[in-house]
Unconditional design. Structure first.
Length: 117
């Protein structure tokens, strides 16, 4: 059974950087698309970034140019480097994997990111 565990969240000031990590276990993820979503207080969960098995990355317009997703298949890890953080980036960030097809079907528990102004 796939397991995803996020880490690296915290409280930072606007303009700071954070690097989120996602440790994947339970299966091989090298052929799976991996991604990050987030849920801000009172809002729906939204897409942040995705990286496919060939390492091609997609980003939400709101984070493009500030966030970078990467993966290390040898370590079964996915990362989200977040630069120039804004208060509106405050959310719980979730790691996800598409293990059985094109849809994301495995999710981590989330890590809180809080950006103060």
């Amino acid at each position: 059974q796939a397991q995803l565990v996020e880490s690296g969240g915290g409280l930072v000031q606007a303009g700071d950087s954070l690097r989120l990590s996602c440790a994947a276990s339970g299966r091989t993820f090298s052929n799976s698309a991996m991604g990050w979503f987030r849920r801000a207080p009172g809002k729906e969960r939204e897409f942040v970034a995705q990286i496919n098995r060939s390492r091609y990355a997609y980003y939400a317009d709101s984070v493009k140019g500030r966030f970078t997703i990467s993966r290390d298949n040898a370590k079964n890890m996915v990362y989200l480097q977040m630069n120039s953080l804004k208060p509106e980036d405050t959310a719980v960030y979730y790691c996800t994997a598409a293990t059985a097809g094109a849809s994301f079907d495995s999710w981590g528990q989330g890590t809180q990111v809080t950006v103060s102004s």
